[in-house]
Ligand binder design. Structure first.
Ligand SMILES: O=C(O)c1ccccc1N[C@@H]1O[C@H](COP(=O)(O)O)[C@@H](O)[C@H]1O
Length: 220
């Protein structure tokens, strides 16, 4: 049976943090290749981190505005299972790359949500829109904007989540999965094992409770 909720933890720079994320129960780890990000790593380190995680969790490469051939090359070099397009990529890029790619939409308004219909792919990630920044901001998405979208698509909810607020976000939005970068760190790119464990625990607990509540309502 698939897990009640998929958990992605993003922005690793250290092998020990990857090990801790796997043992905390994450389903996906994100490796960041976005210029300017404090979590950006080079291909050599990415390969070492991916090698440590392969077969135990899915390995996601986070990129922004790279050409599809370069994304495919990066995926091969590192051994990525999926790529997260976190820039201003057009819908055609997903079509070119196929089901391993998914778009990260920055959401600040209903107009941003409407763009989702243009993007195919197996998954869709929503993050907060923060002017001048691509992601990893620690800013939350307004749940009311994405509740409907979570009914229609496999939605990976990101943006400002952490151990203290992920349960409420899961209860309200009921996403396919949740994603966190800054909310489980002690410093940019340095993960905190206790925060990762608490995040996974709180997220899954809320998803199980929400599923139980929905079953109860069906039985009534
Ligand atoms: O984490 C980053 O530094 C980053 C930089 C550029 C694009 C995406 C980035 N990370 C993604 O941002 C979201 C939310 O992060 P946070 O939890 O609010 O810190 C998440 O999807 C990361 O994959």
């Amino acid at each position: 049976m698939p897990p009640a909720l998929h958990v992605k933890i993003c922005g690793f720079t250290r092998i020990e943090d990857v090990e801790a994320a796997v043992s905390a129960g994450a389903d996906m780890i994100g490796l960041n290749f976005v210029p300017g990000s404090s979590r950006r790593i080079d291909v050599t380190l990415a390969r070492a981190l991916a090698d440590a995680a392969r077969g135990r969790v899915e390995i996601v490469g986070v990129v922004a505005d790279l050409d599809p051939p370069r994304i495919e090359e990066l995926a091969r070099e590192v051994g990525l299972d999926r790529v997260q397009l976190h820039g201003d990529e057009l819908p055609e890029v997903i079509d070119t790359l196929g089901p391993r790619a998914f778009k990260a939409l920055r959401i600040g308004s209903a107009e941003d949500v409407a763009l989702a219909a243009r993007y195919g792919g197996d998954l869709l990630l929503v993050d907060a829109r923060v002017p001048g920044q691509k992601g990893g901001t620690g800013v939350r998405v307004d749940p009311a904007l994405v509740v409907e979208l979570a009914r229609a698509r496999r939605l990976l909810l990101a943006g400002g989540l952490g151990p203290d607020n992920v349960a409420e976000a899961v209860r309200v939005v009921r996403p396919w999965g949740v994603d966190v970068a800054s909310g489980v760190e002690s410093a940019p790119g340095v993960k905190d094992e206790r925060k990762m464990r608490a995040f996974v625990h709180e997220a899954r607990r809320a998803a199980l409770e929400a599923a139980g509540a929905a079953d109860g309502a069906d039985d009534a």
